[in-house]
Design a protein around this ligand. Structure first.
Ligand SMILES: C[S@@+](CC[C@H](N)C(=O)[O-])C[C@H]1O[C@@H](n2cnc3c(N)ncnc32)[C@H](O)[C@@H]1O
Length: 415
């Protein structure tokens, strides 16, 4: 984090500004604060691996004291849940010149269904319409930082960051999550160098008011218990002319896998009543992306029209110009590294690549199997797809492979 971020931050509990404490925990490298302690009028919080941890619990306090004792790696390992980092794999992960990639980091930090969910996030059928929506909205110029709440390991954060035609520079995208390890992966792999803040969306948000032109919260609101507080905090931190986007809200009236504690469509709308909320069908959003390459924000649905559809998207903005048909910019440029979607097994023979769609588990297939609408079961490509892959080597097939997400524009060191 940089010192300029401090101007945006407020303590979640007392609301006062946060100051950098000049003590032995403070380390700075090339204008970045990599570790230190932040103080407000009620608490002290650590900054570990450049991530402020604005949580008041025993583990965070212990990490802060460990930092103050000069044991920076131990403080990091503690917050990553790696314990006392005795094994070689953990040391390898923490080393600054590590060759470890995101897939290996997930295997170590989240060897379960959530890790698998994150690895395949870029192409899943709930992510595809959300990405399209934000890429379409972000064609209009926005100034100031964007906020991705409950950002997980940073997939949507990366979309927000790379979709802007002009990025305003440092702190252009801020991601927030409750779990430190997810933010560490986001800042290290998914969007290297992005600004991350570890805090709970159950508490008041740690930001000054009226800051962000766009605030997103995807696939997480039903997991928040204090929904009224979270909704009013989102309304407080977004600019008066800004936009709130909550893609993929599970509908309490529909069937869902892993749905948290969902509400009905009308209850979601009521929570954002002061922000002019509109509801959209996730099913229609996906159809429009796949069939017409556009996002139709004039296709507003009433709670009755949504009925028992499993999920919906809520957009709230005082600016009526958003509610129209928006073309999705064709995403053919490469911002990271081109790679084959990790849902494919690849067999390379005689200069050709044979791809076979392969789901990581039956549960994954049950939840995300609709990706079959755009990911073919098998395909043969007249090219060796071991990286690095160049668009030129694929000739006229390149655009089709990108649009179908057989090839993804992943961050470097993804798999
Ligand atoms: C299903 S994941 C979605 C992640 C990301 N938004 C995406 O769409 O890829 C839900 C995320 O919400 C986060 N989360 C849950 N409760 C939270 C809380 N109280 N405060 C902040 N983040 C929370 C989880 O840690 C997890 O990363």
């Amino acid at each position: 984090m940089t010192e300029t971020l401090l101007q945006l931050l407020r303590c979640p509990f007392c609301g006062t500004s946060l100051q950098l404490v000049a003590n032995s925990a403070l380390t700075q490298e090339r204008g970045q604060i990599t570790s230190g302690v932040l103080g407000c009028e009620c608490c002290a919080f650590p900054i570990v691996a450049g991530i402020p941890v604005l949580i008041a619990d025993d583990r965070t306090r212990q990490a802060m004291h460990t930092l103050e004792a000069g044991k920076h790696d131990e403080a990091l390992a503690m917050l990553l849940g790696l314990g006392t980092i005795k094994d070689e794999k953990s040391w390898r992960l923490l080393s600054p010149d590590t060759e470890t990639n995101l897939r290996e980091a997930l295997q170590l930090l989240s060897p379960n269904a959530e890790g698998s969910y994150f690895l395949h996030r870029f192409s899943d059928p709930t992510f595809v319409p959300a990405e399209a929506l934000l890429r379409a909205v972000l064609q209009a110029e926005t100034t100031g930082p964007l906020l991705d709440l409950c950002g997980g390991v940073g997939h949507l954060t990366r979309v927000l960051d790379t979709a802007r035609p002009v990025r305003p520079g440092v702190q252009s995208t801020i991601t927030v999550d409750l779990h430190f390890w997810k933010l560490w992966i986001a800042t290290r792999f998914t969007l290297p160098g992005c600004t991350a803040i570890c805090c709970s969306a159950e508490d008041p948000l740690p930001f000054a008011s009226n800051l962000f032109p766009i605030v997103t919260l995807m696939d997480a609101f039903p997991y928040i218990w204090h929904k009224r507080l979270c909704a009013s905090e989102m309304a407080r931190v977004v600019r008066p002319d800004g936009l709130l986007a909550l893609p993929h809200l599970h509908n309490a009236l529909g069937n869902n896998v892993n749905s948290g504690d969902p509400l009905s469509p009308s209850a979601y709308r009521n929570l954002f009543a002061g922000q002019e909320p509109r509801l959209f069908s996730d099913k229609c959003l996906l159809d429009e992306v796949l069939e017409h390459q556009m996002v139709d924000l004039s296709n507003i649905k009433s709670p009755d029209q949504l009925g028992s559809e499993p999920s919906l998207t809520l957009i709230a903005s005082q600016d009526p110009s958003h509610y129209r048909q928006l073309p999705i910019p064709d995403q053919l440029e490469v911002t990271g590294e081109l790679q084959v979607n990790p849902l494919y097994k690849i067999d390379h023979r005689n200069g050709q690549s044979y791809l076979q769609l392969s789901f990581p588990s039956p549960d994954y297939e049950a939840e995300f199997g609709a990706c079959r609408r755009y990911l073919p079961d098998t395909l043969t490509i007249d090219s060796d797809l071991r990286s690095p892959i160049s668009p030129a080597s694929l000739g006229t097939r390149y655009a089709e492979l990108r649009r179908s997400r057989v090839l993804i524009d992943a961050p470097p060191r993804y798999t």
